[in-house]
Design a protein around this ligand. Structure first.
Ligand code: AKG
Ligand code: FE2
Length: 311
């Protein structure tokens, strides 16, 4: 698979023409590219081409626009007991985050909040869209596990993984007086996949401490390593530091994300600990980590995974 470099440096991997079946030569070559990109950049752009039909992209972004137009009391009905989930409105953005989004009952309950008589088109589109992203996540995760020689652990990892689906709307900077959409952070889950409309803003921090922008297109998704993957890989892959800056935006920025949570305790596989890679982390429970993070949020502090469970 050819690896190009987008804008300045984010690697772009072209999955559009590939039938990726485990064990084939194209799978093995993609696996190598995926892991190299994650080790060097903590992220990569997955170009899906026609695997994401333009109509599905358009339906998703127009529905998201509609969802945020509903009255506050309707949006507040999107709730969850999971930390940081449900509907949140802060100065620069509004977000709805639903857990276990690959369940069609969950997407049905979600759409029924807004359209009590049902909205078949939005529900079906959301199901197809979440499925597409979850399949991308599963494929990349399988490649990562295989690459480090522990493919045998992939099935049990995925069995205890759930995916949360997030939709975000950023308020235009001229209305808030700040161009900061989202502060520098790493994601507190295992992996993330983001997809957005045409309004730029997502920036990734490189290992040389340079910020580089993501150049969006309807068929490109960005895959980011989260804190969970950093722990699991014993620092072979580090979590992607990213932020959203809304400079020059005259239009509303919407982004969609699929976030994977491993619901068991994440332990570094013993195969990934050796003299060159001494154990860096105690076992990590992502829910406890999110709760600890939440407790600090009032103080505007971010808890690093090293501080939480570093050895
Ligand atoms: O809006 C984006 O592109 C980034 C969203 C993000 O980083 C997050 O939800 O954690
Ligand atoms: Fe993030």
């Amino acid at each position: 698979m050819a690896m190009q470099t987008q804008a300045k440096m984010i690697p772009v991997l072209d999955f559009s023409n590939l039938e990726l079946n485990p064990g084939t030569s194209s799978w093995l070559s993609a696996r190598k590219d995926v892991c190299r990109a994650l080790e060097e950049y903590s992220c990569f752009v997955a170009e899906l081409g026609n695997k994401i039909p333009l109509e599905l992209h358009n339906t998703m972004f127009s529905s998201v626009g509609e969802l945020f137009e509903f009255p506050m009391e309707t949006k507040r009905k999107v709730t969850s007991e999971r930390p940081f989930h449900g509907y949140i409105s802060t100065a620069p953005f509004q977000r709805m985050l639903i857990d276990n989004a690959t369940s069609t009952d969950v997407t049905q309950n979600f759409t029924n909040i807004f359209w009590p008589n049902g909205n078949h088109h939005v529900r079906e589109s959301t199901n197809s869209y979440v499925k597409l992203m979850a399949e991308l996540d599963q494929m990349v995760t399988k490649m990562v596990f295989e690459n480090y020689g522990v493919g045998a652990y992939y099935d049990s990892h995925m069995e205890s993984t759930t995916h949360s689906f997030g939709i975000l709307k950023y308020i235009e900077p001229q209305k808030t007086g700040t161009n900061k959409g989202l502060d520098n952070h790493t994601d507190k889950h295992f992996t993330s996949i983001l997809h957005q409309n045409h309004v730029k803003g997502l920036e990734i921090k490189t290992k040389d401490d340079e910020w580089i922008g993501f150049d969006p297109s309807p068929s490109s998704f960005i895959f980011l390593a989260g804190d969970g993957l950093q722990v699991w890989s014993n620092d072979r892959i580090t979590a992607c530091i990213h932020r959203v800056m809304l400079t020059e935006n005259l239009e509303t920025r919407y982004s969609l994300g699929l976030f994977s949570f491993n619901n068991k305790t994440i332990c570094v596989p013993e195969e990934l600990v050796d003299e060159e890679h001494p154990l860096q982390y105690k076992p990590l429970n992502l829910r406890d980590y999110a709760e600890a993070q939440k407790a600090l949020i009032a103080h505007q502090k971010e808890l690093s995974v090293k501080a939480f469970c570093g050895v």
